[in-house]
Design a protein around this ligand. Sequence first.
Ligand code: 6R9
Length: 635
Amino acid sequence: MVKSANKLDNEKKVFKPNYMLVEEAHVKNWEAEIEKGKDMEKYWAEKAEQFEWFQKWDQVLDESNKPFYKWFTNGKINLAYNAVDRWIHTDKRNQVAILYANERGDEKKLTYYELYREVNKMANALKNLGVEKGDTVSMYMPMCPELLISMLACNKIGAVHSVVYSGLSVGAFVERMNDAKAKILVTADGTFRRGKVIDLKKIVDEAMLKCHTIETTIVVKHAGNPIHMSELSGKEIFYDTLLEGEPDECPVEEMDSEDPLFILYTSGSTGKPKAVLHTTAGYMVGVATTLKTIFDIHNGDLWWCTGDIGWITGHSYLIYGPLLLGTTTLVYEGAPDYPDPGIWWKIVEKYGVTKLYTSPTAIRHLMRYGNKYPTVYNLSSLKILGSVGEPMNPAAWMWLYRNIGQEKTPIMDTWWQTETGMHMISPLPVSHLKPGTPTLPFPGVDIDVVDENGNPVPVGEDGYVVVKKPWPAMFRTLYKDEKRFVNVYWKDIPGGVYRAGDMARKDEDGYIWIQGRSDDVLKIAGHRVGTSEVEAAFSSHPAVAEAAVIGKSDPVKGQVIKAFVILKEGYKLTTKLISELQRHVRYELGPVAVLGDIVQVDNLPKTRSGKIMRRVLRAREEGKDLGDLSTLEDG
Ligand code: 6R9
């Protein structure tokens, strides 16, 4: 059997912090910070001081109507004011706020002052269209500066945005638009993708036949593809025309801490998407604090979050977090492997990216091509790397650490959700790291792994991830569906805790190892086996780039594992390799890993944010209805 870049060896390995990062870190002592966070309200209140408030809050946390918690009650604040306006009176005024680049090599830079004026113009234009505080504005746009401007313009005047990922199909788009009942839609002519232009406007035209609330569609000329401006459902107007002559000053709306900020639909890896509602102040506090502490943001940083803006990661850590901290955020429109799988590393070198935040899916995809691409570029500007979205299997962690981080940049594996709004389990740059775990809850966040009765499980045993105390960036409800909010998240486990829907295990240091979504967990001969550890075992074999596993009914064992594997360049799934993989996985996981079939595939069904949709694999396997596929990636 091949002895791999072994999962077990790496898991046992502890990576100590890089002393240069410790010296400059905002938080130098992890344990002490966690201790400080135990006085939760005091901790978050101190963090809230980083913003400019129009009026201070009366109470940090109002728990009078659980689980409908309120944070910073009666405070008055505005997100756009704190993310943009505030900086133009400082030496950041002419610093680049948004650095946009795309796969064609175009680039555009907007300083904080330029961004300020653009946001004001768009805010005035929205007001002229009749948008008022509390109204919803939908967006269906590429990764382009106008999307950020439009979102901030909404914040500035108190409108609620609902960004729909621009890769969604017409049906999914219509469903979300009708659910949010927006009057305005901001969109664009097209988006660049792998050397082609995707005609977004055509999708919008089709969707508009079924969206009856939209009165005005604003169209950004972005990709330059020819489009048809229709009159089918109200007015359509070009963004440039709309903004023409608008003043570049706009009064700021003083928002209550608990005023709605945005709606965002969950990624839907295990079921029908949910409309998650976030409110203003707590979200700002949670997002800015976690980004500053975990990625140690300083003046001079160039921050790059590769996630899409249509995903919570883009909302919290591509736009809001970095701008609230006054840093420069890179917005890249393009695929990670076009024109070749070296494009990301080329961008890191070209602009001198210092902090890179990406996903295990992207890393596993790029790993397939080995290290020939990263070695071509100078990646020495990188200081901290980060990951989100799925469990980071140790093989991918090691690849990233060695080839991109050059063994000096720590990897912040951040666990969180659309619902949590902010990072919840994550190391800091000063933490001791183990590949494959997001380590410990963030200071001021109380998370545990418990059984059905809410009791903490012993070390090494599976349980449910729960959040035991409210946190500032928590979602406040599911939009227009309080009943579902209570039933899905707050009922199943006693003790008034939030059930995240993930299974996990704790090790002897208290580090949390995420096993996957509880809906995906396998049950083999009475033992619960997390999908993530089986997939990590497959991926620790040198031939495997990526794997997904599901349970297949078995009369004796209850379930056996069926594995779908993507092999690295140059490998084929021969009978020899199948038997080698079987032995390898059994060696890694022990006798519980009862393998049924192993099949080779070219790709796996995934959500737009890169999560494997195992329920689609299961349904296909059982010949069942595939359910809601609206978030399935098709490209
Ligand atoms: C931010 C985001 C949430 C689900 C979550 C979990 C999975 C996210 C993870 C992770 C293991 C990590 N997840 N980060 N699993 N390690 N570091 O992804 O939000 O799209 O709502 O998904 O993603 O299963 O419950 P969202």
